[in-house]
Design a protein around this ligand. Structure first.
Ligand code: AMP
Length: 430
């Protein structure tokens, strides 16, 4: 029989190895701790939803829904999609689970994988991970400011303080149509320079020309009218109030009048977190979000306002304070010199692990020298040797691999678990 060929992961889907997951754990742990202080509770959502949820929430004419969704027909013919983002799912859950009742307020955060069929490159994957938070039932500018402050504090806490906050206001149902018309007029006047996709966008959803990635379109769009000049009075006031609250708390931000988001549902406040730090290259957006006052109603609920953000964990891990080069090795590695010593070695390992000590245990059948080499390679502090003499004495020899000190038959194998653990800890610290 021929040797089977190895099977590689699907393009754009990657493995996250321990050095990186350790970093992620710290990022997620910090989020859990800090988001809690702002009143957010964690929600765990399905990764598979009805395609219609995203078509309606994210928008039929967005790149995400038009080109990037992993959508397919399930065996029962339901049209389903791997979630490209989580806000739609949060709102669905908020409605479906009755969180919308009472005073309609909810603060929810999530952590998990999202799926978009984009062109993979550094910092851009087809499965990526987000930490995000949604605040439902709040219309007032204080909510926007709280959310932005939370992001700022979180980034500072995890060592990504260099990331910048870019802020804009996109207007609402009153003033956005005015802006949309102005954009359409502008686009029509520059039709010749725009790509075929943008021609279509101009008819269906002119705002989308603002995030076209084609260089020719980008050059034209640079000169397009900006939303801020079309804001109605209530939107302008809301934006000014958000900014005043941020100024009060000394949250630095940059107003970027060209900032739009790739999703249709945003109104009023929209923002992006951008990092110029090395490592990210072209994919310099670490996160983004904004207000989506019409979304709950669009998904069949009452007229409840909301806002939220998502941070890309993959990218955050690239810009946040660098992880320790290597994870810590085990405190000890237990080395049975002969087959008879394997069972006692296993027993010792279990008792130490039950006490919370990270220890390794090796198979028998190699020389002491070879086993000590293995212990060093694993970066263990202590080597615990179990040979014929040790078995006879009921005591293991312990070598401190850091100081090279040998303690002949010093570890009493019959001692209690806590005693063993204490002895090992002291020995490692010696
Ligand atoms: P968005 O939902 O598009 O606003 O994305 C929010 C954040 O998620 C971005 O700023 C990125 O950090 C991250 N993100 C979005 N798409 C990808 C991707 N394909 N690969 C890696 N991270 C992504």
């Amino acid at each position: 029989m021929s040797k089977p060929a190895p099977i590689a992961a699907i393009r754009g889907f990657r493995d996250v190895l321990p050095d990186e997951t350790r970093r992620w754990e710290a990022l997620v742990g910090a989020a859990r701790a800090m988001f809690g202080t702002y009143g957010f509770g964690e929600i765990e959502l399905p990764v598979l939803e009805r395609s219609e949820l995203f078509a309606r929430a994210v928008g039929e004419t967005t790149d995400i829904v038009e080109k990037e969704m992993f959508a397919f027909r399930d065996r029962d013919d339901t049209s389903v999609a791997l979630r490209p983002e989580a806000t739609a799912g949060v709102v669905r859950a908020y409605l479906q689970n009755g969180l919308v009742h009472d005073d309609r307020q909810a603060r929810l955060f999530y952590v998990g994988p999202m799926f978009r069929r984009e062109r993979p490159q550094r910092g851009r994957y087809r499965q990526f991970h987000q930490i995000g938070a949604e605040m439902l039932g709040r219309e007032d500018p204080l909510a926007d400011a709280e959310l932005l402050l939370l992001i700022r504090r979180y980034l500072d806490r995890v060592g990504a303080g260099g990331a910048r906050l870019e802020l804009n206001s996109l207007g609402d149902a009153t003033c956005r149509p005015v802006y949309r018309e102005r954009l359409r007029e502008f686009g029509t006047a520059h039709l010749a320079g725009l790509c075929p996709d943008c021609h279509r966008r101009l008819e269906r959803n002119p705002l989308r020309i603002l995030d076209c990635k084609v260089p020719g379109c980008r050059a034209i769009v640079e000169r397009a009218p900006v939303a801020r000049d079309s804001l109605c009075a209530p939107c302008a006031e809301h934006f000014a109030a958000v900014r005043a609250l941020l100024d009060q708390e000394r949250v630095a931000y940059h107003v970027n009048p060209r900032l739009v988001r790739g999703l249709d549902y945003y109104v009023r406040t929209a923002f992006e977190i951008v990092s110029d730090g090395e490592g990210l290259g072209a994919q310099n957006a670490v996160g983004g979000g904004g207000r989506y006052d019409g979304l709950v109603a669009m998904l069949g609920g009452p007229d409840v306002p909301g806002l939220g953000f998502a941070l890309g964990l993959d990218r955050l891990a690239m810009v946040a304070a660098p992880p320790a080069a290597e994870g810590p090795g085990p405190l000890a590695v237990i080395l049975p010199l002969e087959t008879r010593a394997v069972a006692p070695a296993f027993r010792l390992a279990t008792r130490l692990r039950d006490e919370g000590l990270p220890v390794g245990v090796e198979p028998a059948g190699r020389s002491l020298k070879a086993l000590l080499g293995v212990a060093s390679k694993r970066r263990a502090r202590l080597a615990v040797i179990l040979g014929a003499d040790e078995l006879a004495a009921g005591r293991a020899t312990v070598r401190n691999l850091v100081s090279s000190a040998d303690r002949r038959q010093a570890l009493d194998l019959d001692a209690s678990g806590p005693e063993l653990a204490r002895w090992m800890r002291d020995e490692a610290a010696a």
